[in-house]
Design a protein around this ligand. Structure first.
Ligand SMILES: Cc1ncc(C[n+]2csc(CCOP(=O)(O)OP(=O)(O)O)c2C)c(N)n1
Ligand code: SF4
Length: 248
């Protein structure tokens, strides 16, 4: 029988613990495929965050290190500086990266650390039961914002890619989404470019991936994909903000 699809060798055989329809699994698959296609899986070292992807170290078929709340960029920095020939990436949710660890990501970008960050923005704290994140949309309900995020009280959601794109040390910044096959293909291209940025020694690279949390959004997996399209993309436009081939 002809094999038409196989699980990437960049992933272990352990089943994901993610909820049905959660797009963390799609993003894992893309990162794993890119590591294999670039021929760097054996040289890759990933750093897992807190949040639902805390167990990412079980799934990637390369060396992995867990980092405490928001500290993945600092841990990745240390690993890359000691092992400059390895390909080092952090995988972080929005609670981890845009709240608890904001300082870490800003300064890693500012120093131009040659690491690659996969930033999963699902507009909520998934693992701990759906609290409001810095990325929660205005009006979006969360357990800590039962009437919806109030701009007067909480401000507008933070746009991490736009912010990091102002930093000289950040050489590749792109926002993608994984809600449609076409967007998933574009997301993979961006993830590949972000790793190439590191492999070519250019500097800090980040891909913000708009992702779903059907469980805490209270939607079916399919409706969650639609919600992402209708609500997240208008506020978080899909765009390349910095490309290492064009920035000095
Ligand atoms: C200082 C601090 N804040 C919050 C927490 C609790 N905490 C651990 S994981 C997590 C959720 C992180 O969510 P996110 O990064 O958005 O990832 P997701 O689960 O949505 O994939 C939180 C709030 C904590 N342990 N310590
Ligand atoms: S709680 Fe949300 S982000 Fe976490 S695994 Fe479930 S669907 Fe995914």
């Amino acid at each position: 029988m002809t094999i038409v699809y196989e699980k990437s060798k960049g992933l272990t055989d352990i089943p994901f613990h993610y909820c049905p329809g959660c797009t963390h699994g799609v993003i894992h698959k893309l990162v794993a495929e890119v590591l294999v296609e670039l021929g760097v899986l054996d040289d890759a070292i990933g750093v897992a965050p807190v949040g639902c992807s805390v167990l990412a170290y079980n799934y990637f078929n390369c060396d992995m290190q867990e980092a405490s709340h928001g500290r993945a960029p600092a841990v990745a920095t240390g690993i890359k500086r000691v092992l400059p020939d390895n390909v080092v990436f952090s995988y972080q949710g929005d609670g981890d990266l845009a709240s608890i660890g904001t300082a870490e990501i800003v300064h890693a970008a500012h120093r131009g650390e040659k690491i690659t960050t996969i930033f999963v923005n699902n507009a909520i704290y998934g693992m701990t039961g759906g609290q409001m994140a810095p990325t929660t949309l205005v009006g979006q309900k969360a357990t800590t914002a039962p009437f919806g995020r109030d701009e007067a009280h909480c401000g507008k959601p933070i746009k991490i890619s736009e912010m990091l794109a102002t930093i000289d040390g950040a050489k590749f910044v792109e926002r993608v989404a994984v809600n449609t096959p076409a967007n998933i293909r574009k997301a993979k291209k961006a993830i590949k470019r972000a790793f190439e940025c590191q492999i070519q020694g250019k500097g800090f690279a980040i891909v913000e991936v708009l992702s779903t949390c059907p469980t805490n959004w209270g939607l079916t997996p399919v409706k969650a994909l639609d919600w992402l399209q209708d609500n997240m993309i208008p506020y978080y436009p899909l765009q390349n903000f910095r490309n290492f081939e064009e920035v000095k």
